[in-house]
Design a protein around this ligand. Sequence first.
Ligand code: G3I
Length: 346
Amino acid sequence: MKPLIIALALVLAAPLPASAHPRPPRDLRQLAEQTGVKIGSAVDIAALRAESDYRRVLNRQFNHVTAENAMKWESVEPQRGVFTWDDADTLVENARRNRQQVRGHTLVWHNQLPAWLTAGVEDGSIGATELRQILRDHITTQVRRYKGKIRAWDVVNEVVEEDGTMRQSIWLKHLGSGYIADAFRWAHRADPRAKLFINDYNLEWNAPKIETTLSLVKELQAQGVPIHGVGFQGHLGIQYDYPGDWANVMRRFADLGLEVAITELDVRMELPVTPEKLATQATYYSRAMTDCLSVRACRELTVWGFTDRHSWVPGWFDGEGAACLLDENLAPKPAYQALLTVKNPR
Ligand code: G3I
């Protein structure tokens, strides 16, 4: 009798499985709690500092954050040996106060490198041996600074080209292909508990990129390199078909033992905005969430900015915009509502 009572008590004390929650979540944080998928946003630090409404929405809605630019190399070391951590520190401290986990973005990339570095490599004043040391110092310094405060790092970003060849960045050209394994090893040494990711765009659908990235991951794993996750950026547009095979692609990486994350989701459209376009956009956001939920290893969905007030899209794609969940006045768009009503199979 006694064991039966204990068993009954345990059953009653256990939380309801997420899928048994009777009501749809009231906001993104609750969606994250119910599904176990962390919901994040890229953060514009200037807006975080200056705009109280931006800050309020960010801190209320999201339980994960990524610095949109503040942790990139040109931001943290604009002159050689001169470090400017203010913005990155502000993000990390704001996250701590608001119970948000942090994705570090990004340690090794071909873009947004400081001018002293690219110029030095170009004019030959920085040779290969020194360049390797510079990269090692950069990774070690930055990862150590935030040790224990960053859940996941985008260690290498966009290292594969659209045609499946390895990107001819200054890293590959001057250090050879071993720079990727080195970067992961250095990052792991600096913070052994951080999850280390490879991150890329068009990995949702582009076959040559997918195959090369899968081979790269297998090769790294065979060498015992500490790689823990793959990030799908997810920069989508409603003028292109939704990448219908995305969940299967996620599963192929998950089958290698990797965590999967959607790291930079946004869904742009050709302007002007119409109700029809917003409705289509909503289906793209909800399909991305559905795909993530269908793969157990998918544990994070981060949007690349949550408001059209601060989005990289209009500055990069002529005549396009309105890519975010909230409009310029921070009013939720249909995409926001659509996320809250996604069926949770977990
Ligand atoms: O900091 C300067 C500022 O001093 C200057 O006054 C201003 C004038 O244009 O430029 C500022 O730099 C801009 C920087 O963002 C910071 O705001 C750059 O021009 C601008 O090119 C840069 O764009 C960023 C872009 O990465 C650069 O590659 C976007 O904000 C950022 O959203 C975007 O993010 C990338 C991810 O890191 C990787 N995946 C793709 C994604 C979208 O491109």
